[in-house]
Every structure is written in structure tokens, then in C-alpha cells.
Design a protein around this ligand. Sequence first.
Ligand SMILES: [Fe+2]
Ligand SMILES: [Fe+2]
Length: 194
Amino acid sequence: MRGNGAPTSARAVSANRILVLRALLSAIGFNHGSNSLQELFEHELGDIYFAEHRMVDAYEEFASNTNDQRLTDLFEEHREQVGEHIERLVQIFDTMGEPPQEEECLGIEGLLAEYDEFEGKDPDPSALDLYNVTTAGKTQRYEISAYESLVEVAKALGNEEAADLLRETIEEEQETLEQLQEQGATFDYGSIPA
Ligand SMILES: [Fe+2]
Ligand SMILES: [Fe+2]
């Protein structure tokens, strides 16, 4: 029976043990994972640094997988911006005297794996056109969420220079998302077989 009393399930007991163990390890100076705000910031920075590198290839693929010139232009334009986003991330690592380091971003990898799966099924070209827009939009939202949270952590750490650089990137991500939404709203849905 579920209630508001003390946790008694085996899972809750083992979760408590993990918390106690973490506290003990931390007390003796063994910090594993992202325990401090600075560590969390660097972890999330490495995550988006990894994601941006994956997006260079992804936007190139979106551009080569469409016959719509407006979409090709949009994808190629954002691909160029991704290079600037990576450059800003390098600058942010620099503000902390740290070399840029990638952390595998399973979120972006998952979205791109779904794309590869769809593309691998030899879809109708118009359906693929729409899926290019859809996937690009999903990745934009992921990036915007990641960057927005990084801005807040940068501010909390007093790293205003990093916060400013991150905000510049958010503006470009947002602009691209709006252009993708516009493409989605004006898409010729009748061109896809029913
Ligand atoms: Fe980006
Ligand atoms: Fe982006």
C-alpha cells in the first residue's frame, strides 16, 4: 500500500544507502560526478559542446536530404552558425582556464538516431523533407533548453562573460527555430501521399 509514511520498499532503502554512501565519499574528499555547481556547469557545457559537433554533420545531412532550395538555404545557414556556437563554447571554457572537453550527449544522439532510422526506411522525398524540418526543430528546442539552463548557472557562478556568450547563441538558435516553425506551417502537406 502506498502512503505518506516513511519509505519502506527495498528500492527506497537502497536509494537511501546510496545517498549515505555519497555523503561519506564527499566527506572524505572523493567527489564523483557533478557535485558542485562549477562541475555541473562544466558537465553541461561539455554536453552541448559534444551536441554542437554532432549538429554540424546533422545539418549537412538535412541540407543534402532535401530538394527544396529554401530548406537547403536554411539548413546551410544554420550549419555555419553552429561553427560560431562551437567557437563561443571554446571561449567559455577559456574564461575558466579549462580546455574544451566533450561529454557524450545522449539526448541529441537519440534524436539523430531516430532520424537515421526514418531515413533508412527509404521514405517518400516529401515526407523526408518534412522530417528534416521536424528533427531540426527538436534539436533546436533541446539546444535552447540546454543553453537557457547554462545561462542561469553561469549567472549563479558570477561568470557574466559566459552568460553573455550563451545568450548570443540562444538568439541564433531561437531565430532558426522560428524559421523552421514557419517552414512547418507553410509546408505542402498534400505533397505527401495520404
Ligand atoms: Fe547551436
Ligand atoms: Fe542549433
